[in-house]
Design a protein around this ligand. Sequence first.
Ligand SMILES: [Zn+2]
Ligand SMILES: [Zn+2]
Length: 350
Amino acid sequence: MKHLFSRSWLLVALLSAMSGVVIAQEGRPEKNPREQYFIFWGYPENYIENQARMAFSTIDEMLQANPPQKEMTLNRQMALVGLDLLLHDQRNDKAEPFYTFINRRMQRMLDDMAKPVKKGLKIYKLYNDGFVIKSKDATVAVDLIPGGPGKHPFITDSIIYAIAGNCDAMFVSHKHGDHANLKIAKAFAARGKKVIVPKDLWVGVDPLIQQLLVADTSVTIPFDELKMTLHILPGHQDDIYNNIYVMEFKGSGKVAHTGDQYNVEDLRWIDNVHRKHKIDVLLLNCWVNSMERTIRGFGPKVLITGHENELEHSIDHREAYWMTMKKMESMPSLKVPNVLMTWGEWYEYK
Ligand SMILES: [Zn+2]
Ligand SMILES: [Zn+2]
């Protein structure tokens, strides 16, 4: 008897699963099938997925209506905090609504990259600490990665390789997988484009993948073909080599990218970077060991933080947008505007 009961229970469960949400509302009026589509009783995971789809798509629209700027509007703040909520709820990790959201935004960015830049610089923010900087003469990528697991990357192959194809060179700050991706580096090299990496990364892989060979000394590499000069400052994440790239686009501006800079001793020379370089835009990892001192050291006209919401980290170290907002609020005497951006957005610096 017990056996029979468990069999019939199994049959009910199977039928329920096969017929979706409708069975779950047994006993409720179910006259209109269009309304039934939005009833999730008994299916909490299905509810969460549908809620995330709605929230991601609303946030996408809200961000487009409130693009990045020096002053944060309340609407934009709400959209970014909404993203923090979604991206700190592990039920949304690697789920379809997230993939749709990020790829839609990346495709939009890719479409925009086709437009020429006439003056100044256009700075695109990609996943994690990835940026593309475009001047009238050159388009360069820093720490370009698809994100996520190798078998199911966050940004689809077709989009990430199209973005790479639109860039003239790539600079990789350090060896960690959330900044360095060998497949993408090889794609650059295969098209005859240079990839600059720290001294201990991908040695001997391809002559166009070039290591910084001088330890603990700044180096300058002319990129005449791109009308730019690359200065490499010898940064570290703890004891790992972390190249800080100062990209000088002739006649357009100077941008620094700090990778995963996190080292107390380096702060001594970071204090003086502004004496040598007039930095227009600083792309700074939002959890650098001393945010205020690093910003003062570089002395940029505009700050754009990176590395928020890295989903490969546990939620306590995903670094929410609201945390960056609060940190910046706590340093009003800095007077450096932070153009807080998310994936697939861009800012024109003129
Ligand atoms: Zn790192
Ligand atoms: Zn990192």
